[in-house]
Design a binder for this molecule. Structure first.
Ligand SMILES: Nc1nc2c(c(=O)[nH]1)N[C@H]1C(S)=C(S)[C@@H](COP(=O)(O)O)O[C@H]1N2
Ligand SMILES: [Mo]
Length: 361
């Protein structure tokens, strides 16, 4: 894939690519290393990006149709480092196999976005008291090309829509969005499955009820309330939307299967951790299958919904072959499990610990 050296293509129609953990070692994810998830085809690249329009309509006192130029001129631009993560990140670890693209841990990234606060735009549209949910629309055609239905249209409850972190963004890492990531405008709604962060954004429909676009309801982005038997058919009445993403950490240095010289007794590790709408409280590392743990040094996030980088120096008792596990714990005391829990048909929210192996000597 052009401009995405080192990413692993895990689906080609639609195009989907994940980032190996060792390529997520930068504090701010370079665009070249940012994962790709399309559900449809790429729309045509507009020749007049400044005239691209986004409608805000439905349960609002003042329906808006704002061009990119108007967004830039009439609202205060902000730049923030925000992590977005595919709802299916970690899906490959479900057993039996869950339906969908088999992400390991690389369906996430944390670049810097520039745009306007979604809350400022919603304020200008003046939500009615009847506003309870949103529905987001993008310009990408469906794979089949045949239907008028959008490829995907998801939404969130108004409380989440109004979160101060949310943006309508036109730039990533200081450059206009590439077509692959939503040129010229996209939503960035961090913390929840990234399928709500609509690319090629054309419309935000404010609704008086739960949204029913493609990608909502049924088994879509839903997890069981009462744990279900893995592999069994799902009882739809027992499924609820996955909202805040679960806590996760990745080891970004050393790379998996790294080799060290005989006699090496200390190895420096680096990584990142995040926890949806929550802060990460601590990250712990084990080289003995979880029998003992060492706490990493955890950086504070630059802004809400930024990931938290961590570093640690681990001591090794001898030469040999070691498995290193990283386990993050959120501010509520919830840690990553050894193996994925809450099996669901499409494998959402799988946050089992990341493990790498190293050899010394
Ligand atoms: N219009 C549109 N927006 C979309 C999608 C899509 O298929 N069409 N995919 C969503 C999903 S499932 C994810 S995980 C993120 C991925 O964003 P990225 O490709 O910029 O990494 O975009 C979201 N926004
Ligand atoms: Mo996704």
């Amino acid at each position: 894939m052009r401009g995405k050296a080192g990413l692993l293509v895990i689906g080609d129609r639609p195009l989907v690519a994940e980032t190996p953990e060792s390529l997520l070692d930068d504090d701010t994810t370079p665009t070249a290393r940012f994962f790709v998830r399309n559900n449809g085809l790429l729309p045509e690249r507009t020749r007049r990006p400044e005239q691209w329009k986004v409608a805000i309509d439905g349960e609002v006192e003042q329906p808006l149709s704002l061009s990119l130029a108007e967004l830039k001129a009439n609202f205060k631009p902000v730049t923030r480092r925000l992590l977005i993560e595919c709802g299916g990140n970690g899906r490959a670890f479900f057993s039996p196999r869950a339906k969908g693209v088999q992400w390991t841990h690389g369906g996430a990234g944390c670049p810097e976005w520039t745009g306007v606060r979604l809350a400022d735009v919603l304020k200008a549209a003046r939500l009615k008291p009847s506003a309870v949910f949103s529905g987001h629309y993008g310009a990408d055609p469906r794979i089949s090309g045949s239907s008028k239905k959008p490829t995907m249209s998801r939404g969130v409850p108004i409380k989440k829509l109004l979160d101060d972190s949310n943006m309508i963004a036109w730039a990533i890492n200081g450059e206009p969005l590439p077509l692959l990531h939503g040129f010229p405008l996209r939503l960035v709604i961090p913390g929840w499955p990234a399928s709500i962060s609509t690319k090629w954004l054309t419309r935000i429909w404010i609704r008086d009820r739960y949204h029913d676009g493609p990608g909502m309801g049924g088994e879509n982005y839903r997890v069981p309330v009462k744990p279900m038997q893995p592999g069994a058919p799902a009882d739809l009445a027992n499924l609820v939307d996955l909202e805040s993403m679960p806590v996760r950490s990745i080891i970004t240095r050393p790379a998996d299967t790294a080799r060290f010289a005989a006699g090496t007794r200390a190895i420096d590790l680096r990584g990142a951790a995040w926890a949806g709408d929550h802060r990460v409280a601590h990250v712990d590392l084990s080289i003995d299958g979880g029998a003992t743990w060492r706490q990493a040094d955890l950086a504070t996030p630059k802004n809400p919904h930024d990931w938290q980088r961590w570093t640690a120096r681990l001591q090794f008792p001898s030469d040999g072959y070691f498995e290193i596990m990283a386990r993050a714990t959120d501010e509520r005391g919830v840690s990553q499990p050894y193996a994925v829990t809450r099996w669901n048909p499409h494998g959402y929210g799988g946050n089992s610990m990341h493990r790498i192996t190293v050899s010394i000597g």
